[in-house]
Design a binder for this molecule. Structure first.
Ligand SMILES: [Zn+2]
Length: 264
Protein backbone atom coordinates (compact mmCIF):
# COMPACT_ATOMS: atom_id res chain seq x y z
CA UNK A 1 0.00 0.00 0.00
CA UNK A 2 2.76 2.35 1.03
CA UNK A 3 4.85 1.49 -2.01
CA UNK A 4 1.79 2.03 -4.19
CA UNK A 5 1.33 5.53 -2.71
CA UNK A 6 4.96 6.45 -3.34
CA UNK A 7 4.80 5.17 -6.91
CA UNK A 8 1.55 7.06 -7.40
CA UNK A 9 3.05 10.31 -6.02
CA UNK A 10 6.16 9.94 -8.20
CA UNK A 11 4.01 9.23 -11.23
CA UNK A 12 1.85 12.31 -10.54
CA UNK A 13 4.98 14.42 -10.16
CA UNK A 14 6.26 13.24 -13.54
CA UNK A 15 2.88 14.07 -15.07
CA UNK A 16 2.84 17.54 -13.51
CA UNK A 17 6.44 18.36 -14.37
CA UNK A 18 5.81 17.32 -17.98
CA UNK A 19 2.61 19.37 -18.15
CA UNK A 20 2.57 21.35 -21.35
CA UNK A 21 0.44 24.25 -22.42
CA UNK A 22 -2.19 22.69 -24.69
CA UNK A 23 -4.36 24.04 -27.49
CA UNK A 24 -8.03 23.17 -27.02
CA UNK A 25 -10.21 23.59 -30.12
CA UNK A 26 -13.90 24.45 -30.35
CA UNK A 27 -15.36 24.36 -33.86
CA UNK A 28 -18.02 27.07 -33.69
CA UNK A 29 -19.24 26.42 -37.27
CA UNK A 30 -19.24 23.40 -39.51
CA UNK A 31 -15.87 22.40 -40.99
CA UNK A 32 -14.85 19.25 -42.90
CA UNK A 33 -12.27 16.89 -41.39
CA UNK A 34 -9.70 18.08 -43.98
CA UNK A 35 -10.37 21.72 -43.06
CA UNK A 36 -10.00 20.95 -39.36
CA UNK A 37 -6.69 19.22 -40.03
CA UNK A 38 -5.44 22.22 -42.01
CA UNK A 39 -6.39 24.63 -39.23
CA UNK A 40 -4.76 22.42 -36.59
CA UNK A 41 -1.55 22.17 -38.64
CA UNK A 42 -1.47 25.98 -39.07
CA UNK A 43 -2.24 26.90 -35.47
CA UNK A 44 -0.20 24.04 -33.97
CA UNK A 45 2.91 25.07 -35.93
CA UNK A 46 2.40 28.73 -34.99
CA UNK A 47 1.96 27.94 -31.29
CA UNK A 48 5.09 25.74 -31.30
CA UNK A 49 7.05 28.63 -32.83
CA UNK A 50 5.70 31.10 -30.24
CA UNK A 51 6.77 28.77 -27.43
CA UNK A 52 10.18 28.00 -28.93
CA UNK A 53 10.77 31.74 -29.31
CA UNK A 54 9.50 33.07 -25.97
CA UNK A 55 8.92 30.04 -23.73
CA UNK A 56 6.00 28.08 -22.43
CA UNK A 57 2.78 29.71 -21.31
CA UNK A 58 1.69 28.73 -17.80
CA UNK A 59 -1.84 27.89 -19.04
CA UNK A 60 -3.77 26.07 -21.76
CA UNK A 61 -5.17 28.07 -24.68
CA UNK A 62 -8.77 27.74 -25.89
CA UNK A 63 -9.18 28.30 -29.63
CA UNK A 64 -12.62 29.06 -31.11
CA UNK A 65 -12.81 28.61 -34.87
CA UNK A 66 -15.54 30.50 -36.74
CA UNK A 67 -16.36 30.66 -40.45
CA UNK A 68 -15.96 33.96 -42.33
CA UNK A 69 -15.88 33.59 -46.10
CA UNK A 70 -15.55 35.97 -49.01
CA UNK A 71 -13.40 38.68 -47.41
CA UNK A 72 -10.39 38.15 -49.67
CA UNK A 73 -8.05 36.75 -46.98
CA UNK A 74 -7.60 33.52 -44.99
CA UNK A 75 -8.20 35.05 -41.56
CA UNK A 76 -10.12 38.33 -41.86
CA UNK A 77 -10.80 38.68 -38.12
CA UNK A 78 -9.41 37.41 -34.83
CA UNK A 79 -9.38 38.57 -31.23
CA UNK A 80 -8.05 37.46 -27.86
CA UNK A 81 -9.72 37.21 -24.45
CA UNK A 82 -7.68 36.70 -21.33
CA UNK A 83 -10.52 36.20 -18.86
CA UNK A 84 -11.75 33.87 -17.44
CA UNK A 85 -9.66 31.60 -19.69
CA UNK A 86 -6.96 32.31 -22.26
CA UNK A 87 -9.00 32.29 -25.47
CA UNK A 88 -8.47 33.24 -29.11
CA UNK A 89 -11.30 33.57 -31.62
CA UNK A 90 -10.26 33.00 -35.24
CA UNK A 91 -12.71 33.82 -38.04
CA UNK A 92 -11.40 32.00 -41.10
CA UNK A 93 -12.05 31.21 -44.73
CA UNK A 94 -11.11 27.51 -45.10
CA UNK A 95 -10.99 27.70 -48.91
CA UNK A 96 -7.46 29.18 -48.58
CA UNK A 97 -4.45 26.83 -48.72
CA UNK A 98 -2.28 25.87 -45.74
CA UNK A 99 0.47 27.99 -47.28
CA UNK A 100 -1.82 31.03 -47.35
CA UNK A 101 -2.68 30.53 -43.67
CA UNK A 102 0.99 30.10 -42.73
CA UNK A 103 1.97 33.32 -44.49
CA UNK A 104 -0.71 35.34 -42.70
CA UNK A 105 0.50 37.38 -39.70
CA UNK A 106 -2.74 37.06 -37.68
CA UNK A 107 -1.99 33.84 -35.72
CA UNK A 108 1.57 34.90 -34.70
CA UNK A 109 0.09 38.24 -33.58
CA UNK A 110 -2.83 36.82 -31.57
CA UNK A 111 -0.84 34.02 -29.95
CA UNK A 112 1.84 36.52 -28.88
CA UNK A 113 -0.80 38.63 -27.11
CA UNK A 114 -1.19 35.87 -24.50
CA UNK A 115 2.27 36.51 -23.04
CA UNK A 116 0.99 39.78 -21.55
CA UNK A 117 -2.07 39.97 -19.27
CA UNK A 118 -5.00 42.21 -20.18
CA UNK A 119 -3.75 45.73 -19.45
CA UNK A 120 -6.90 47.75 -20.04
CA UNK A 121 -8.13 50.02 -22.82
CA UNK A 122 -6.18 53.17 -22.03
CA UNK A 123 -2.75 51.87 -22.92
CA UNK A 124 -3.93 49.40 -25.55
CA UNK A 125 -1.10 50.76 -27.71
CA UNK A 126 1.34 48.86 -25.45
CA UNK A 127 -0.38 45.45 -25.85
CA UNK A 128 -0.99 45.94 -29.57
CA UNK A 129 2.54 47.21 -30.02
CA UNK A 130 3.91 44.09 -28.35
CA UNK A 131 1.88 41.70 -30.54
CA UNK A 132 2.73 43.70 -33.68
CA UNK A 133 6.45 43.61 -32.86
CA UNK A 134 6.22 39.88 -32.10
CA UNK A 135 4.38 38.83 -35.26
CA UNK A 136 7.53 39.17 -37.39
CA UNK A 137 9.75 37.62 -34.69
CA UNK A 138 7.52 34.53 -34.81
CA UNK A 139 7.42 34.48 -38.61
CA UNK A 140 11.24 34.50 -38.59
CA UNK A 141 11.18 31.63 -36.07
CA UNK A 142 8.94 29.73 -38.54
CA UNK A 143 11.39 30.50 -41.40
CA UNK A 144 8.59 32.35 -43.19
CA UNK A 145 10.63 35.56 -43.21
CA UNK A 146 14.35 36.31 -43.29
CA UNK A 147 15.83 38.89 -40.91
CA UNK A 148 16.23 41.27 -43.86
CA UNK A 149 12.55 40.85 -44.77
CA UNK A 150 11.46 41.42 -41.17
CA UNK A 151 13.65 44.53 -40.87
CA UNK A 152 12.22 45.92 -44.07
CA UNK A 153 8.65 45.16 -42.87
CA UNK A 154 9.29 46.99 -39.56
CA UNK A 155 10.79 49.91 -41.47
CA UNK A 156 7.79 50.13 -43.80
CA UNK A 157 5.28 50.00 -40.90
CA UNK A 158 7.15 52.60 -38.84
CA UNK A 159 7.62 54.92 -41.85
CA UNK A 160 3.90 54.75 -42.54
CA UNK A 161 2.95 56.19 -39.13
CA UNK A 162 5.99 58.35 -38.32
CA UNK A 163 4.18 61.53 -39.41
CA UNK A 164 1.81 61.41 -36.41
CA UNK A 165 4.68 61.46 -33.93
CA UNK A 166 6.77 64.42 -35.01
CA UNK A 167 5.68 67.03 -32.49
CA UNK A 168 6.12 68.15 -28.87
CA UNK A 169 3.28 66.02 -27.50
CA UNK A 170 4.01 62.66 -25.91
CA UNK A 171 3.36 59.36 -27.66
CA UNK A 172 1.00 57.98 -24.97
CA UNK A 173 -1.72 60.65 -25.37
CA UNK A 174 -1.33 60.77 -29.17
CA UNK A 175 -1.78 56.98 -29.34
CA UNK A 176 -4.98 57.24 -27.26
CA UNK A 177 -6.25 59.90 -29.70
CA UNK A 178 -5.38 57.73 -32.73
CA UNK A 179 -7.30 54.84 -31.21
CA UNK A 180 -10.36 57.07 -30.74
CA UNK A 181 -10.03 58.11 -34.39
CA UNK A 182 -9.88 54.37 -35.26
CA UNK A 183 -6.45 54.93 -36.83
CA UNK A 184 -5.30 51.53 -35.56
CA UNK A 185 -2.13 51.40 -37.66
CA UNK A 186 -0.89 54.60 -35.99
CA UNK A 187 -1.61 53.12 -32.55
CA UNK A 188 -0.24 49.58 -33.18
CA UNK A 189 3.02 50.55 -34.84
CA UNK A 190 3.99 53.29 -32.42
CA UNK A 191 3.63 50.67 -29.66
CA UNK A 192 5.74 48.25 -31.70
CA UNK A 193 8.37 51.00 -31.94
CA UNK A 194 8.86 50.80 -28.14
CA UNK A 195 9.50 47.04 -28.28
CA UNK A 196 11.72 47.43 -31.35
CA UNK A 197 13.89 49.97 -29.48
CA UNK A 198 13.94 47.75 -26.37
CA UNK A 199 15.16 44.84 -28.50
CA UNK A 200 17.84 46.95 -30.19
CA UNK A 201 19.15 48.32 -26.88
CA UNK A 202 19.34 44.85 -25.33
CA UNK A 203 21.21 43.50 -28.34
CA UNK A 204 23.66 46.39 -28.13
CA UNK A 205 24.26 46.25 -24.38
CA UNK A 206 24.06 42.52 -23.71
CA UNK A 207 24.01 40.81 -27.10
CA UNK A 208 20.64 39.21 -26.36
CA UNK A 209 17.19 39.92 -27.73
CA UNK A 210 13.97 40.93 -26.01
CA UNK A 211 12.40 37.50 -26.59
CA UNK A 212 15.13 35.89 -24.47
CA UNK A 213 13.67 37.60 -21.35
CA UNK A 214 10.30 35.91 -21.76
CA UNK A 215 10.89 32.31 -20.56
CA UNK A 216 11.84 33.62 -17.07
CA UNK A 217 9.08 36.25 -17.12
CA UNK A 218 6.39 33.73 -18.16
CA UNK A 219 7.53 31.43 -15.39
CA UNK A 220 7.85 33.96 -12.56
CA UNK A 221 5.49 36.74 -13.41
CA UNK A 222 2.93 36.21 -16.17
CA UNK A 223 0.20 35.34 -13.67
CA UNK A 224 1.26 37.97 -11.11
CA UNK A 225 2.27 41.08 -13.08
CA UNK A 226 -0.45 43.75 -13.26
CA UNK A 227 -0.78 46.55 -15.79
CA UNK A 228 1.75 48.07 -18.15
CA UNK A 229 4.10 49.05 -15.33
CA UNK A 230 3.98 45.61 -13.70
CA UNK A 231 4.77 43.80 -16.97
CA UNK A 232 7.57 46.23 -17.89
CA UNK A 233 9.17 46.01 -14.43
CA UNK A 234 8.98 42.21 -14.43
CA UNK A 235 10.76 42.02 -17.80
CA UNK A 236 13.42 44.51 -16.65
CA UNK A 237 13.96 42.51 -13.46
CA UNK A 238 14.72 39.35 -15.44
CA UNK A 239 17.93 40.97 -16.69
CA UNK A 240 18.60 43.72 -14.16
CA UNK A 241 18.42 46.70 -16.50
CA UNK A 242 15.77 49.46 -16.63
CA UNK A 243 15.60 49.68 -20.44
CA UNK A 244 11.85 48.94 -20.57
CA UNK A 245 10.97 51.27 -17.69
CA UNK A 246 13.04 54.09 -19.19
CA UNK A 247 11.48 53.65 -22.64
CA UNK A 248 7.98 53.53 -21.14
CA UNK A 249 8.63 56.77 -19.26
CA UNK A 250 9.93 58.38 -22.46
CA UNK A 251 6.88 57.19 -24.46
CA UNK A 252 4.52 58.57 -21.81
CA UNK A 253 6.27 61.84 -20.98
CA UNK A 254 8.87 62.70 -23.63
CA UNK A 255 8.30 64.61 -26.86
CA UNK A 256 7.16 62.27 -29.61
CA UNK A 257 9.54 63.73 -32.19
CA UNK A 258 12.59 62.67 -30.19
CA UNK A 259 11.06 59.37 -28.99
CA UNK A 260 9.76 57.66 -32.13
CA UNK A 261 12.78 56.16 -33.90
CA UNK A 262 13.05 54.83 -37.43
CA UNK A 263 15.47 51.88 -37.68
CA UNK A 264 18.59 52.50 -39.80
ZN1 LIG B 1 -3.75 42.64 -31.44
Amino acid sequence: MRLFSIVFILFSFVLVSNAQSKLIYTWEDEFSEAEKEKVQTWLGATYNAVQSKIGENPFDVYLHIHLKEGKGEPCPWANTWRYPKQQIFFHIDPSYSLEDFMNDWTAPHEMSHLAIPYIGEKEAWYAEGFASFMQYQIMMEMSLMTKAEADSAYHAKFSGVEKYYQNKNSIGPIAVEKREERNFKAMYWVGANLFFQWNEQLLKINNQDLCSLFPSYLDCCRKKARGVDGVTNSLDEVIGYTIGTDLLHQFREGQSKSTFLLPN
